[in-house]
Design a protein around this ligand. Sequence first.
Ligand SMILES: NC(=O)c1ccc[n+]([C@@H]2O[C@H](COP(=O)([O-])OP(=O)(O)OC[C@H]3O[C@@H](n4cnc5c(N)ncnc54)[C@H](O)[C@@H]3O)[C@@H](O)[C@H]2O)c1
Length: 261
Amino acid sequence: MTSRTIFITGAAAGIGRATALTFARAGWTVGGYDVDEAGLASLATEVAASGATAITARLDVSDSAAFAAAVGDFVERTGRLDVLLNNAGILNAGRFEDIDVARHQREVDVNVRGVVNGLHAAHPHLRPGSTVVNLASASAIYGQAELANYSATKFFVRGITEALDLEWGAQGIRVVSLWPLFVETAMTQGVSTGTTESLGIHLGPQDVADQVLAAVTPSRLARTLHQVHFPVGRQTRALSLGSRFSPAWLTRLVNKRLASH
Ligand SMILES: NC(=O)c1ccc[n+]([C@@H]2O[C@H](COP(=O)([O-])OP(=O)(O)OC[C@H]3O[C@@H](n4cnc5c(N)ncnc54)[C@H](O)[C@@H]3O)[C@@H](O)[C@H]2O)c1
C-alpha cells in the first residue's frame, strides 16, 4: 500500500506551503505546484527533511493543458490521487474602477479558470474515497467592497463546490471548500480595506492547513451532517452562521458597516 497523496496548487508559499508541510508530517506524499520555482525548491527540501516524499514542478493553474499534464505525471509517479487542493489564488484590493481591467481578468484566470482546470484535470484520476478541497473565502458569504472581483471569484468557488459535491458525491468523491477570513500571508501584506481594518487579521496559514487536514479526515458529525463548507476561525463561523439566520437586508447592513472606513 503506497502512502496517501495530495496535489497542492500554490504550494510554494502561504496556506499551500503550510498545508504541504502539515500533510508531509502526517506521512502523505505531497505534490507541490506553483509558478514560484525557488519557493518550490525550498519546499521540496523541507518536505524531504521531514522524511516524506515531495514531487514539485512549475505549474500555472490558468493553463489547462499544463494542469492536465502535471496531474497525469503526478499520478503516474505515485499511483494514486487522494486529495486535490485547489489553493492557488491572487487578490487585488481597492476600488473596482481603480484596478486595471487586465488585473481583474488575471484574478479571474487564476481563481476561477485555475479551479475549473484543476477539477477537470483531476477527475479522471479521482477514485471513491478521494476528496477535492477548494479554497473559497469568507468573502463568499456576502460581496465584499474593495474586494469586489476577488469576492466574486470566491462565489464561483462556492457554487462549483456545491454543484460537484452533488454530482461527484454519487461517485464516492467528496468536494468541499474552506472559508477562512483574512490570513497573515503575502496575500494580505499591505492590504488595507474597510473589513481588514474592522475585523483585523487573526489567522495564520497553519490554522488553515489544520482545517484542510480536518476536512479531509472528517469527524463522524461532519460526515453525518454532510458538511460541504468549512469556515475557518471563530469570526468566520460567527459571520456565516449570522448570514444563514438573518434576513438579507440585515446581512447587507452588517457587511456595509464592516466595510466602511
Ligand atoms: N490570505 C488570506 O487572507 C486568504 C483568506 C481566504 C482565502 N484565501 C485563499 O487561500 C489561497 C492561498 O492564499 P495565500 O494567502 O496562501 O496566498 P499567498 O499569496 O501567500 O500564496 C499563493 C501562492 O499561489 C501561487 N500562485 C499565484 N498564481 C499562481 C498561478 N497562476 N499558478 C500557480 N500558482 C500560483 C503564488 O506563487 C503563491 O505561492 C488563495 O486561494 C486565497 O484566495 C486567502
